[in-house]
Each structure stands twice: as C-alpha cells, then as structure tokens.
Design a protein around this ligand. Structure first.
Ligand code: URA
Length: 189
C-alpha cells in the first residue's frame, strides 16, 4: 500500500473499515482506528485492541486505558491533545498477541496514519509495539524510557499499562518515563 495514497485520516479510516486482508476483519466487532488530535505532536502506539476497545471502537478504554489516563493526568498531558492508535486495528480473539502476518498486513495503515498526523514524538506502549517500531530485539526492561531519533521523529517506549497492572512495582519507572516524555513534549508544544 502506498502511504501517500490517502489525503485525510477519514479516507484512511474508510479504507481500513473495508480491509479483510486477515481474518481479524471478520471476527472483530468494530475497527479501532485511533483517536485524538489529528494534528497531535505526541502519538502513543499500543499493540492491539482488547474487548472494551473492540466494543467501543476507541483505543485504550479498558482497564489498561484507565491506567494510561492516570499517567497522562499525572504528567499534565491532556488525552485529547495527543493521538492514540495501535499496531493492529482489529482485536485478536481472546486478546492473544498479534501474529507477525497480521502486523505485516496492518502496519502500512499505521505508517499512513503517522504520515498524516505527522507527530514529533512517538511513544510505543509496550514491548510488542517497540519491537515493531523501534527494533525487533527491543528489550523493554532494559531500554524503556530511552529516546532515539529517527528522521524527524523522537521515539521511545514505555511499559504497556497492562504490564503495570500485572506488576505494580513497574509504576515508578513508568512515572519517570512519562515525566521524560512530558519534558520533551514541552520543548516542542
Ligand atoms: N491494549 C492495547 O495495546 N491497545 C488498546 O487499545 C487496548 C489495550
């Protein structure tokens, strides 16, 4: 797919709605395209929609999303100012990890989305997004919170909020990482 083929997020979304390149297009309830400020300077990218997201069509609205909201609030970032999307736009059944071939089919939609939004900072939420966006051997425990510059983008990864729900001891690191993200965001806002 040509990332430049779409002139607006609405056009891209309409195209994603029709996608049946993998079986998730049939099993999902709603496409979870992404939400937020279409001109956001800061973009968060998660893994794939869960049940609540599938039912609502909105990313990060379940338990993990509520925790993400708390961290955004803690560092004074308004959710409506940023953009939130996922690697996969359709929910994998029973919240299993995305399959590499599903990511391969979906990743150009995300590329086109990033191009249209044109953020300065991209934050990968969790290991799966970081492995796809930063590098395949990304080690979230060792590398979370470190920034790389790729072209115009400043990119980092933080723990996935679901990982924080499983292991609350990671919340301290998450707050430090989010404060670093806020400091970078303040520089370009
Ligand atoms: N986890 C994700 O990675 N994305 C969502 O939208 C919800 C939960």
């Amino acid at each position: 797919m040509d990332c430049n083929a779409f002139l607006t997020l609405e056009e891209l979304k309409a195209h994603c709605e029709k996608c049946r390149e993998c079986s998730l297009g049939e099993s999902r309830t709603n496409l979870v395209f992404g939400t937020g400020n279409p001109k956001a300077k800061l973009m968060f990218i998660g893994e794939a929609p869960g049940e609540k997201e599938d039912l609502s069509g909105i990313p990060f609205v379940g338990a993990a999303g509520k925790l993400l909201d708390k961290f955004l609030f803690a560092v004074d970032i308004q959710r409506e100012d940023v953009y939130i999307a996922n690697i996969l736009k359709c929910r994998p059944p029973k919240n299993r990890d995305p399959k590499p071939e599903e990511e391969d089919k979906c990743i150009d939609f995300l590329r086109a989305q990033v191009k249209l939004i044109d953020p300065d900072i991209i934050v990968c939420l969790g290991r799966i997004a970081a492995m796809r966006i930063i590098k395949p051997d990304y080690k979230i425990t060792a590398e979370h919170g470190t920034f790389i510059k790729r072209g115009k983008y400043l990119i980092t990864a933080v723990y996935h909020p679901s990982a924080l729900l499983r292991d609350p001891r990671k919340k301290e690191d998450m707050l430090i990482d989010m404060q670093k993200i806020k400091a970078e965001y303040d520089k370009i806002k």
